[in-house]
Write a protein that binds this ligand. Structure first.
Ligand code: ATP
Ligand code: MG
Length: 384
């Protein structure tokens, strides 16, 4: 158990690091951030910062020397960088887990090998493998980079062979993966924490709606049958166990129209779809993350309220900030980013509802004011 007063190193300087650092501070820890951006969202609220590249050995060494234990809010550190860190300090989650989650091919291979279904997929590294993949997966499909994708960047929906060829030429780095388009009823995610002793706890499955490839809304709990939610929880825990996780893991899933589940991707860190836990749970995903990394007990990931989380993306949403602050019931989070570029996550708002009374789409839209149109999850029966 890491005593209060010690320093938790967080690799990455964005909003996930910011909210993790705030949670760490409440538990008496100092957060120290490795970031390329001296005054970014995480650095603004942390006790210490090392400014440098994530693959710069000198920066990695200086960062490790300043901290007692290392974790991540950003996964794309090179294998060499991870090995360097792991040789100097305890690193949770392990470099092996980051290696799997960084690479869609390794990730899907791991998931399938451990009994988790995914969308049908095939590796694409040249013209011949592209044709073979199309023949096997069919079209329309989604061509994705295997590394460095986020918020829907690094992927293209392709309906014809010509579109696939054009996307193959454009998307970098290669190899790519061709994924069958899943005609899902809805998307959900499960956030699991696991300690070094193997103890696990998981937040209730939540439902995620995307707009333009970026998470827009999260509904907690997911508006799915209880039996589906139980299977999702079991699947999330199964993946965390198979990975030997120490830390936090988000498992994104598609719910097929028949209720079956496929894992879309995993992220061994706090996740945008877990932001609602800050207000709706006694222990948030960020505190759970810090607890797991610091070797503290993991209390049940209980939920005392239902919630809707709405992301604030780019200049248009940020322009609503004064109105958000003036709307009763909206709990505002601003990430302190200086510049509101289109597509950039600038903050989020959470709206709580008494447990068991998450309203339908109209009620949620009314509660969010000008913030969003809200659609329903398209599953048979089980509408609230
Ligand atoms: P993020 O960082 O937001 O998780 P990402 O760039 O890593 O995104 P994915 O999670 O692979 O990308 O895809 C983003 C979204 O695109 C998914 O949440 C889903 O809405 C849609 N999508 C991705 N793959 C498929 C698929 N095979 N079938 C249908 N929809 C898909
Ligand atoms: Mg995703």
């Amino acid at each position: 158990m890491l005593p209060p007063g010690r320093t938790i190193g967080i690799v990455g300087g964005g909003q996930l690091g910011r909210m993790s650092a705030i949670a760490a501070a409440r538990l008496g820890y100092r957060a120290h951030i490795l970031t390329e951006e001296a005054h970014g969202p995480a650095a603004q609220v942390s006790a210490g910062v090392t400014v440098g590249g994530y693959d710069d050995p000198e920066a990695l060494r200086a960062f490790a020397a300043a901290v007692d234990v290392i974790t991540f809010e950003f996964e794309n550190v090179s294998a060499e960088g991870l090995d360097l860190l792991a040789g100097l300090r305890p690193v949770h989650p392990s470099p092996q887990i980051l290696g799997i989650s960084q690479d869609r091919l390794a990730e899907k291979t791991f998931l399938n090998a451990h009994g988790a279904a995914t969308a049908p997929w095939a590796e694409v590294s040249d013209d011949a493998s592209l044709d073979a993949a199309i023949a096997r997966i069919g079209l329309p499909a989604i061509l994705k980079t295997t590394r460095l994708g986020y918020d829907g960047r690094g992927q293209a929906r392709v309906a014809t062979r010509a579109e696939a060829v054009a996307a193959f030429a454009r998307l970098e780095p290669k190899p790519l993966v061709l994924e069958g388009t899943v005609d899902f009823a809805c998307e959900i995610s499960v956030v699991v924490a696991r300690g070094a002793d193997g103890q696990m706890t998981s937040f209730d499955p939540v439902e995620n709606q995307h707009a333009h490839g970026i998470l827009d809304l999260t509904f907690a709990p997911a508006r799915i049958p209880e039996e589906t939610a139980d299977r999702a929880t079991a699947l999330g825990r199964q993946v965390a166990e198979a990975l030997g996780l120490v830390g936090l893991l988000a498992v994104e899933m598609f719910v097929d129209r028949d209720g079956s589940l496929r894992v879309n991707e995993i992220a061994p860190r706090p996740h945008n779809s877990g932001h609602w836990t800050i207000e709706a749970c006694p222990v948030s995903q960020f505190e759970m993350h810090i607890r797991a990394v610091a070797g503290l007990p993991l209390p049940p990931a209980a939920r005392h309220s239902d919630a809707v989380m709405k992301n604030l993306i780019g200049p248009d949403d940020v322009a609503l900030w004064p109105e958000i602050l003036a709307t009763p019931g909206l709990i505002p989070h601003h990430y302190g980013k200086a510049e509101a570029r289109p597509g950039r996550k600038m903050g989020h708002v959470t709206r709580l509802f008494p447990r068991g009374s998450l309203p339908g789409p109209f009620g949620i839209a009314a509660a969010l004011g000008r913030l969003a149109p809200v659609e329903g999850c398209d599953l048979p029966d089980e509408r609230p």
